[in-house]
Write a protein that binds this ligand. Structure first.
Ligand SMILES: O=P(O)(O)OC[C@H]1O[C@H](O[C@H]2O[C@H](CO)[C@@H](O)[C@H](O)[C@H]2O)[C@H](O)[C@@H](O)[C@@H]1O
Length: 258
């Protein structure tokens, strides 16, 4: 782990003024190593342990901030009661309780629902005839996945999906082997800022791996800890190589809480 990150986490753990501390984490590629099949994604076992330990500490609030649809995120998350879940890049919000999920209802207008249906049909046409390209549907968005496709199929599929977003005037997010087209404007930065203000958190630690996490990094301030997981351009202050190293950083923070 880089020495500057280690020093920052130790100082943060020992700082009573940094409470409540909001620890907010991306899911895929950050806590859960990337998989060809999104249904196979799981948080690293050491990550499940450290999230439970962090959530049990006084003065720590835990959140997962993901592009996943809420139902999908909740099914896979393995997080303790009290954890905040932000899904669909901020379009969905919930809190895990002992009895299930306490979630905000997402309501689409008739026009948005119609637009989502059109998007689904048009995205399916983008995937048709292209091996390994498939479409995921969410309550507020459709996602064109290209991880399993050869470059000759993936590149034009992503280009067509992006053009479709422009043509229909919907929100577009270009992540790792995915193009997300959403009928509700949302991004992780806006969602993270809202949660921080609700909780009155003077300091936020946010870790993420994808370009969509850059919204969250950019929304944070100098006193916050922004941690990029893996390669790629970033505005985050710190970087670790992979999810294993990210989980090790969380364990160090937990130990530093004393
Ligand atoms: O914000 P995240 O928690 O990182 O979620 C973003 C997207 O994650 C999923 O796709 C990504 O992970 C898949 C499983 O490892 C991988 O196959 C895909 O290539 C990645 O882009 C999910 O399927 C999307 O809906 C999320 O938006």
């Amino acid at each position: 782990m880089p020495a500057d990150l280690r020093d920052r986490l130790v100082a943060l753990g020992g700082d009573p003024a940094a409470r409540p501390l909001l620890v907010a984490l991306d899911f895929d590629g950050t806590l859960a190593p990337l998989q060809d099949d999104p249904a196979a994604s799981r948080i690293l076992p050491a990550g499940v342990e450290v999230l439970a330990a962090l959530a049990a500490r006084d003065g720590v609030e835990l959140a997962l901030v993901s592009g996943r649809a809420m139902a999908d995120l909740h099914a896979l998350a393995q997080v303790p009661a009290g954890t905040y879940l932000v899904g669909s890049h901020g379009a969905e919000r919930a809190r895990v309780t002992q009895f299930g999920l306490d979630r905000d209802v997402v309501e689409l207008t008739h026009a948005q629902a119609d637009l989502l249906a059109s998007l689904g049909a048009r995205a399916a046409a983008v995937a048709r005839g292209r091996d390994g390209v498939w479409v995921e549907t969410k309550p507020t968005a459709v996602v064109v996945h290209t991880r399993l496709a050869e470059p000759d199929d993936a590149a034009p599929a992503e280009a067509e999906a992006l053009a479709l977003g422009t043509e229909l005037g919907v929100g577009t997010l270009h992540g790792k082997d995915v193009v997300e087209l959403t009928v509700l404007a949302a991004d992780k930065g806006t969602a993270l800022q809202a949660l921080r203000h609700e909780l009155g958190a003077p300091v936020v630690l946010y870790a993420g791996d994808d370009v969509t996490d850059e919204h969250a990094f950019a929304a944070l301030d100098e006193q916050d800890v922004t941690l990029k997981v893996g390669p790629g351009q970033t505005v985050a202050r710190y970087r670790v190589a992979d999810p294993e190293a990210g989980v090790a950083a969380l364990a160090l923070l937990h130990d530093a809480l004393g």
